[in-house]
Design a protein. Structure first.
Length: 269
């Protein structure tokens, strides 16, 4: 089933300079998409449009086959939630428990069920022992976990991470990706969009969308990346280390294919 279908989407802030120009892509339920591109390429603008924070005029967006009409009802966007670069910008409560519960309160969830739901989603991201903590006393990685729990509590089918690892140290990034791996194992139908500048995060996705000056210049399967190696590099983007390694091995006589199982191949090297 198609989770997101975007056709010929264009957007301008001032009616003169296009931020997005004729962007199209499709993401199936359960897939992970990585969106990459230089600063100012339109990545964050696209994310805000998808979750309904910015209205669009030109193009078409469907969420689970339901077309979004920004002039009327945007109920289809309720399937989506977003985790921003700085989790501090998403905290509104004085404790982890209250912050996770905030979305549930806005969805008018029965208070009798709320505490159990908060515990459920906090446990899902490994933060069940921090419910009484103030968010400002958490590490960067822990804050991102709480932000993830908050969007999971909204029963989002699609989660967008907008540069969610850019402020994390290596240990925080490791924790973040372990949390995502756990979520995907528990819910294989969860659809994820990762907006990132970290080239290594590309290998965790099923598809890659490259934006350049507001245009979708590449939309490919991740295991096809080697076919577009030169175009990728010409856009000023770096390849993940694993891809560079396999390319060099191929040049030196090692017949290693970029297949669906490339991550397993890399583990065996």
């Amino acid at each position: 089933m198609k989770a997101i279908e975007v056709k010929h989407l264009s957007f301008c802030y001032d009616e003169k300079t296009p931020i997005l120009n004729d962007v199209s892509f499709t993401l199936n339920q359960g897939e992970t998409l990585t969106i990459v591109g230089k600063n100012g390429s339109g990545k964050s603008t696209l994310a805000k449009i998808l979750v309904g924070l910015l209205p669009f005029k030109n193009g078409q967006i469907k969420i689970f086959e339901n077309e979004i009409d920004p002039k009327k009802d945007i109920a289809a966007t309720y399937h989506l939630a977003i985790v921003f670069q700085n989790p501090d910008n998403q905290f509104i409560a004085s404790s982890v428990e209250d912050d996770i519960a905030f979305g549930l309160e806005n969805y008018c969830v029965d208070p009798a069920r709320m505490h159990d739901l908060v515990k459920k989603y906090a446990k899902m991201v490994g933060m069940e022992n921090y419910l009484e903590f103030a968010p400002e006393n958490l590490s960067g990685g822990q804050k991102q976990r709480v932000a993830i729990a908050g969007v999971l509590a909204l029963n989002a089918n699609i989660i967008i991470f907008d540069e969610a690892t850019s402020m994390l140290d290596p240990e925080g990034k490791k924790d973040f990706h372990q949390t995502l791996n756990t979520l995907k194992k528990e819910n294989p139908l969860l659809t994820i969009i990762m907006i990132t500048h970290d080239k290594e995060e590309i290998i965790n996705s099923d598809k890659i969308l490259v934006l350049d000056k507001g245009e979708a210049v590449l939309f490919i399967k991740t295991n096809e990346l080697n076919k577009y190696r030169e175009q990728f590099l010409n856009l000023g983007l770096d390849l993940p280390f694993n891809y560079s390694l396999i390319s060099e091995l191929n040049k030196n006589g090692f017949a290693i294919d970029f297949s669906d199982d490339y991550q397993e191949i890399i583990k065996q090297l």
